[in-house]
Design a protein around this ligand. Structure first.
Ligand code: ADP
Length: 863
């Protein structure tokens, strides 16, 4: 047995091997140690190997799903080795000692789940493959629970942002690729050959050319190859639901890197869960599929006005018609998750219940179609979404006729095909029904014949049907001519058989077996029909999800008086009475003990002549909140939703950056300042005139002089070189002097006042620099003891006196040439160009690649 185990383990590689033994999956050696620790189950041992006992642990097959879920969550991957023949077959094959043959039937990994119990309903589950090809990166991402597949290509420096956007739960990359993301699982390089990818895609979709799906570049195809090869490996040759791939251009979406995503808490709050996130504050979807679509929209806001407008028009339409919106949402509430049911069916893991869900979902979709179809003046996006909601009439009719009202999840017991669908099946059921009644009649007959009132006819898995009497009555039945044959003696009872019982039982068994086979055949037929319609069903699911998102956005907007943003090309950001959706909701929540405090709305007005706002004011004054609310408003708008403001006019943003200066936090390690600077460097390298940047106390993670100097230089560079829209919150008073030299920079502060010796934070953003920092007042508010505060006041007095006498730490900065830093940056820029040219192998380029490269260089030089 160990030899068989070790061979399978070798095949399983670094996955834990679940080795089926009877009713258990057993794990051995290191797998057992690891799994027992993760699952907190007993580690035992069995036999020995090389003289040492073999560590072992096991989980029951019937509850394996729960254990699998925990292992996957803990980052494990699992290979399932099943028995692929029965013990009888093994004996026939190899004699009485023969070992039952086992094989790995499936790998269970985070990115390839389809089971309802293992997936989160409101979250997509993405598997991605990434690879490099001639200096570019290819990315392939799919959600096999619904079949979506996207391919894209990006430059190496854009990979981080693209991966952050995808948020994959599992990632594969070529082995031996030095720049592969650390979390990626290594796969053979030849899987990532572009010709291989093209061939695999064609085979998966049964087409001779991919032209009908779009134009795909070599890096995209290479990544697709890696993804499909991995799916093939994990599914042991059976591919899951895959819809035609969609080519995505990176500039279709607003770029946001991982640091920006984390600091804006878009999909996850600080604690790591949904709570406290933008998504949680916005999500009013009533279906899991809608919630997944919304999360995707927020993770990848659009960068194309036309598409944003199309979504906004639909939200507006639903916003203006609360009755229709209510009706649609009520209808959606009853929708099963047809996308995921379809995913399971195509992956070969579907159940009768999944078929039932498809039936119900498609019928509801048809109702939504009928509600919307006849309406006049529909927005363009809706015109496109309505047709896919219908067109499944034949399939739903068939499913409705074939299936019972609520089909079971387990298909081995049958009972899911409706009466009246198949006359032969009905007859078989009648036969077994009659036989069951006959058995009940037999019981009554035997009772009266023997006079034993306690006589029972019972059934179990081992004996089948049998007659049971208490031991004290057994003698009568033991008599040779009694007509009963003895089968088993138990502690208090004896069991018998009889000819008539045997006949009826055989009838049940035979009819039952035939009935099961008939149901199974119908199941396969129905599955075949669904698989044939998979693309259209997936389109229906996608249209429903998009409608749910739009109705949810409209609902959210109506709930709190949000407005439709105006999206323009000019680089402006004009927001009247903007609010932070998460902070506002937190303040309003009664449970936070602040008694429904009101959020103070604030305006923001950036434009070509006033691009950079420096915002000062006391800690806790509302600076971070103001910065983020503006970034979130941009994000929500470009995701195609309404925004928490009275009015918003937003110049399309190509890249959004958010940076928060690291506080001196020893727990987070010495490198936090380094991280802060690396992230800041990325902004200086990447922000364009169409970008929007928020900087919160950048420079805070180091000494005053260094921090101020860096903040000063970063502000200048943003003002002079990047020329993007930027909000910079800082407590460095000294930066206000920048206003003297930078014409498009203006000073603002969050207002506070001292009233009767107490600090009052007004959370209002006002024009002009902060007059003082209120640090001591904030300390008092925080409960710092009186004595310490008095001493601090004394020290502050001295420092301020010193500053007045010497001109302070910025004395002399006035003479510093402003453009020095900018000029240097330019030099570096040109140098990277030169490096790229020097690194070129011209002979290795095809004429077309050479031309493409030339265009690219020209474009980059113009940046
Ligand atoms: P800062 O960045 O200036 O230190 P924060 O933005 O972190 O300040 O705000 C501190 C707290 O003040 C927030 O947690 C919130 O409770 C409250 N706050 C901030 N802005 C507002 C506002 N506009 N209206 C009401 N309360 C606010």
């Amino acid at each position: 047995m160990m030899a068989q185990y070790l061979a399978l383990k070798c095949e399983a590689g670094d996955c834990l091997l679940f080795y089926r033994m009877g009713d258990f999956f057993e794990l051995f050696f290191d797998d057992a140690r690891h799994a027992s620790a993760v699952l907190d189950i007993a580690l035992t041992s069995r036999g020995d190997h090389d003289g040492a006992p073999i560590p072992m642990c096991g989980v029951p097959v019937h509850s394996a799903e729960g254990y699998l879920a925990r292992l996957i969550r803990a980052g494990c991957r699992v290979a399932i080795a099943e028995q692929v023949e029965s013990p009888e077959e093994a004996k026939r094959r190899g004699g009485s000692k023969a070992l039952v043959a086992r094989a790995i039937v499936r790998f269970v990994t985070a990115g390839t789940l389809t089971e309802e119990a293992l997936l989160e309903p409101r979250r997509a589950n993405v598997l991605a493959a990434v690879c490099d090809l001639r200096g570019m990166c290819g990315l392939a991402a799919c959600d096999i629970s619904t079949g979506r597949m996207d391919l894209e290509e990006c430059a190496a420096d854009g990979l981080g942002a693209a991966l952050a956007r995808l948020g994959a739960s599992e990632l594969v990359a070529p082995l031996e690729w030095p720049d592969a993301p650390a979390e990626a699982i290594g796969r053979a390089r030849h899987d990532f050959a572009s010709e291989e990818g093209e061939a695999r895609l064609k085979a998966a979709h049964g087409v001779a050319t991919l032209d009908g799906f779009g134009q795909f570049t070599r890096p995209m195809l290479a990544a697709a190859g890696g993804l499909l090869a991995y799916l093939d490996h994990v599914g042991r040759g059976r591919l899951p639901l895959l819809l035609p791939p969609v080519a995505r251009a990176t500039d279709e979406v607003m770029a946001m890197d991982a640091a920006t995503r984390a600091s804006l808490e878009i999909l996850e709050g600080q604690s790591g869960g949904r709570s406290g996130s933008l998504l949680a504050a916005v999500d009013r979807c009533v279906t899991g599929a809608g919630a997944r679509q919304l999360a995707e929209d927020l993770a990848a806001p659009l960068a194309m006005r036309g598409e944003i407008e199309a979504r906004l028009v639909l939200v507006q339409w639903l916003h203006d018609d609360p009755l229709l919106r209510g009706d649609l949402r009520a209808l959606f509430r009853a929708l099963p998750d047809i996308g995921r049911a379809l995913g399971r069916i195509v992956a070969g893991r579907g159940s009768p219940r999944d078929l039932g869900q498809l039936r119900d979902g498609l019928v509801e979709a048809r109702r939504a179609h009928d509600v919307l179809h006849g309406m006049a003046d529909k927005p363009a996006l809706l015109e496109a979404l309505v047709p896919p909601l219908a067109g499944h009439g034949a399939l739903t009719d068939h499913l409705s006729r074939a299936l019972v009202q609520t089909p079971p999840t387990e298909r081995s017991q049958g009972g899911f095909i409706a009466e009246g669908y198949d006359a032969a099946l009905d007859e078989l059921r009648q036969v077994s029904g009659n036989a069951r009644r006959a058995i009940a009649a037999l019981e009554a007959k035997y009772r009266s014949e023997t006079g034993i009132a306690a006589l029972k006819i019972r059934h179990n898995g081992v004996l089948g049907y049998f007659i049971e009497v208490p031991s004290r009555h057994a003698d009568a039945l033991m008599a040779a001519d009694s007509g009963f044959t003895h089968r088993q003696t138990m502690a208090g009872a004896v069991r018998f058989n009889s000819l008539s019982l045997h006949e009826e039982a055989s009838r049940i068994a035979e009819a039952g077996g035939h009935a099961l086979a008939a149901e199974e055949a119908h199941f396969e037929d129905l599955v075949g029909e669904v698989v044939a319609a998979k693309a259209r069903i997936a389109a229906t699911a996608a249209a429903l999800a998009r409608l749910d998102v739009a109705a949810g956005q409209a609902e959210r907007a109506a709930e709190s008086g949000w407005c439709r943003p105006e999206i323009v090309a000019a680089p402006c950001l004009e927001i009247e009475a903007g609010r932070h959706p998460v902070v506002e909701a937190a303040l309003a929540a009664p449970e936070n003990g602040r008694g429904g405090e009101r959020f103070v709305a604030n305006d923001c007005r950036l434009g070509p002549d006033d691009r950079l706002w420096l915002i000062g004011g006391p800690n806790m004054g509302g600076k971070s909140t103001f910065l983020r609310q503006n970034a979130l408003i941009v994000l929500l708008a470009q995701a195609g939703g309404f925004v928490p403001a009275a009015r918003a006019r937003i110049g399309l943003v190509d890249r959004l950056f958010s940076r928060v200066g690291a506080a001196d936090n020893l727990a987070r390690g010495r490198s936090t300042f380094m991280v802060e600077m690396v992230e800041t460097a990325a902004i200086l390298a990447q922000a364009t005139e169409s970008s929007f940047v928020i900087l919160d106390e950048v420079g805070r993670g180091t000494s005053t002089y260094d921090g101020l100097a860096l903040a000063w230089a970063v502000s200048e560079a943003i003002h002079e070189t990047n020329r993007c829209r930027c909000l910079f919150a800082t407590h460095y008073h000294e930066l206000t002097r920048l206003a003297e030299t930078c014409p498009a920079l203006s000073l603002h502060h969050v207002r506070a006042k001292e009233w009767k010796g107490e600090l009052v934070l007004l959370h209002e953003v006002a024009e002009g620099g902060a007059d003082r920092s209120y640090g001591l007042a904030v300390a008092k508010l925080a409960g710092v003891p009186r004595g310490v505060l008095d001493r601090a006041k004394e020290v502050l007095g001295r420092l301020e006196k010193g500053r007045a006498e010497t001109g302070g730490i910025v004395a002399g900065l006035g003479e510093l040439p402003l453009f020095a830093a900018a000029a240097q940056a330019e030099e570096v820029h040109r140098d990277t160009m030169r490096e790229r040219l020097q690194g070129l192998d011209i002979d290795a380029l095809s004429p077309r690649e050479a031309l493409e490269l030339l265009y690219r260089l020209k474009r980059d030089a113009a940046d």
